[in-house]
Design a protein around this ligand. Structure first.
Ligand code: SF4
Length: 637
């Protein structure tokens, strides 16, 4: 488990009495079926399998259940806590005496399914608001006795915990206000009795909001209860950043993005823990040992030998170890696309996400086919910018300036669709990577006075800072609130409001915590992280930069790394001479990359051997031509 040992210890301590109760309730004097049907010396192995996609939380608790029933059962997790899994993915293997294994199965799955369900639901809400800085909070609406487990699962889904209980924060709600004679009086009383506790006040209208804002010293947070999006937007204006605002009441997946776009700081959702939909998981028993992984790896190696130079497999740095281990090249997106298209391989199997395979297809020679093991492996960041959305924004810039093609150079981060690269090609624009974005921005500013940067607002902002552009010279495009012509004309950089939902999860407090816990540690982050994190880090740079820095560092250097967790864990394994930790307490994994699994890769290769070309990624000739122009402009710099 890569989550912090303290958090696992607290989890297991809270789970112990619940496990005890559950074992007593379910097994009692014995599992009649297993005891009667299985010979006592039967040894079984099993696999816990995802029957639906989701986020895994609770493996340590499931392991503790098996251990409670029979300490001789061994549990081997195959995924990390907080990791996204796809349907059919094996989450863990278990092995031990058959009677014990089957007796413990349901109890272990009950814990794991509930906790993973909470994490999955949380992740969906977190992803829905990922292009804003709003955070998703839980509430006290947890299953009695399960508070620590439920709140741990929320954290594994990328959410933030609200107060744990009634004792660790003062939260003045409508009934307290009505019962005590008003907000001001209630706050005074709370401060007198609990001077050290943070105070949050719930407000129902703007009069109450103004009264809450008038409290001195300022409150720690104000909760906007059941307000409409328009009311929240107005509340944000009235508050003017004096106190953080929390939106509460009917926070659904459908409304979350709209609410977050109002500018509130938090969205709290009781449904995360009071309306849990368990993640569908099952345990399949086999008398044969092994999880099938080694057989698949063996078969993939056989097929590679059979196809020889006709095929190359590319493994992105954020891929699972078992994929990277069978890949011919490991790297980041453009590097892999270029390496593969410099070979003469007929089949380029891209174990990455869709835009990466598209980049390879744009650069591919006429006889080369680019395939991806799962065609649905998109990229959250790339998907935030559709060609229609970008064209609509460009038209608005055109209207504001009289001619956008003279006022702004469009720059697309390589993490974007081929259509957007082509858009840049057609409009005198250019592609950039996280490694050369500063060089590209400098070039762009020699072409036209302004820059329209998409899809990653954070890379755009961080790089603009690097070249001396200030926040006051930048605006974030907002389709809900079109920018005025004056504002556009006064801006040097217009940022698309996209963000990567992996790097967006690193927060300034993570930097504070690791510095406190590991004095002297160097914090290194990817520039897709928010500027508030990049500004606190010691260094920031592309994946290649991070890898190089770790490779070159003196033994014993301490690093907290803010990028995708599989890469961080690989660096940890490859550099035992360094002390490497992930920056966030809940390490984020790229769910899109997780869609690529060894079985899917094996199936794709088996099909190739049969002469079937599956999941081919193509880009039409016109789009490819313009996209190449934008890429070549970058390569010529
Ligand atoms: S880490 Fe972020 S940018 Fe990279 S593929 Fe995943 S979602 Fe996209």
């Amino acid at each position: 488990m890569k989550t912090s040992p303290e958090s696992i210890d607290a989890l297991l301590e809270a789970a112990a009495p619940l496990i005890e109760l559950a074992v007593e309730e379910d097994i009692g004097p014995g599992d009649a079926t297993s005891l009667s049907t299985l010979p006592p010396d039967t040894h079984l192995t099993g696999r816990i399998i995802a029957r639906a996609p989701g986020i895994i939380a609770g493996l340590p608790v499931a392991a503790a259940v098996f251990c409670k029933v029979d300490p001789s059962i061994s549990v081997t997790p195959l995924v990390e806590e907080g990791q996204e899994v796809v349907t059919g993915e094996i989450i863990a293997t278990v092995a031990g005496p058959g009677r014990s294994l089957l007796a413990a199965e349901r109890i272990a799955l009950n814990f794991l399914q509930r906790m993973s369900g909470i994490a999955t639901q949380t992740d969906a809400l977190v992803s829905a608001v990922a292009t804003t800085s709003a955070r998703i909070l839980d509430t006290r609406k947890t299953l009695p006795g399960y508070r620590i487990l439920d709140k741990y699962a929320v954290r594994m889904g990328g959410g933030t915990n609200h107060r744990m209980s009634l004792y660790d924060m003062v939260m003045i709600k409508d009934n307290h206000i009505d019962g005590s004679g008003g907000i001001t009086r209630a706050v005074q009383q709370a401060r007198t009795h609990y001077p050290d506790l943070p105070i949050e006040v719930e407000v129902r209208d703007f009069d109450e909001l103004r009264e809450a804002l008038a409290c001195a010293p300022p409150l720690d947070r104000i909760l906007l209860d059941n307000m409409t999006s328009d009311q929240m937007r107005e509340a944000v204006v009235i508050t003017a950043d004096r106190v953080p605002l929390e939106a509460s009441g009917n926070i659904t997946l459908k409304r979350a993005a709209e609410i977050a776009a109002t500018g509130v700081d938090y969205l709290s959702a009781g449904s995360l823990t009071h309306s849990v939909k368990a993640l569908d998981l099952s345990m399949k028993i086999s008398r044969k040992p092994g999880d099938g992984l080694s057989e698949r790896i063996h078969r993939i190696r056989q097929i590679k030998a059979e196809l020889g130079d006709r095929m190359v497999i590319l493994g992105h740095h954020y891929q699972r170890d078992e994929i990277v281990n069978v890949a011919d090249f490991r790297g980041d997106s453009l590097q892999l696309a270029r390496q593969a298209t410099q070979t003469n391989a007929e089949y380029i199997v891209f174990c990455g996400v869709h835009f990466m395979a598209e980049s390879a297809a744009v650069l591919a020679k006429a006889h080369q086919h680019v395939l991806i093991p799962d065609i649905s492996a998109g990229c959250y960041l790339a998907d935030t910018a559709t060609p229609q959305g970008v064209v609509a924004a460009w038209e608005a810039l055109d209207a504001a300036t009289g001619n956008a093609d003279k006022a702004f150079t469009p720059i697309t981060y390589v993490n974007s669709t081929a259509a957007l690269k082509a858009f840049c090609g057609q409009h005198g624009g250019i592609v950039c990577t996280s490694g050369n974005a500063d060089q590209v921005i400098r070039w762009a500013l020699t072409q036209r006075p302004g820059i329209f940067f998409f899809p990653d607002q954070h890379l755009g902002r961080n790089t603009a800072h690097k070249v001396g552009i200030t926040d006051s010279e930048m605006l974030v495009w907002d389709k809900f609130n079109p920018l005025s012509a004056d504002a556009v004309q006064a801006s040097k950089v217009i940022l698309w409001p996209g963000a990567c939902n992996v790097h967006q999860r690193f927060l300034p407090e993570h930097v504070g915590t690791v510095r406190q816990q590991h004095p002297g540690i160097r914090v290194i982050v990817h520039p897709e992280c928010p500027a508030s994190v990049v500004d606190l880090a010691d260094e920031n740079g592309s994946t290649a930069y991070i890898i190089r820095r770790i490779n070159e560092a003196a033994p014993g250097t301490q690093w907290a790394i803010g990028t995708e967790s599989r890469l961080v864990y690989r660096l940890q394994a490859e550099h035992p001479e360094q002390e490497i930790i992930t920056l966030a307490d809940v390490p984020p994994f790229c769910g899109s990359m997780s869609r690529i699994t060894l079985p899917k890769l094996a199936d794709l290769l088996e099909a190739l051997v049969r002469g079937e070309v599956l999941n081919k990624v193509t880009v039409d000739a016109e789009t490819a031509r313009w996209a190449r122009i934008a890429l070549e402009r970058m390569l010529e710099l």
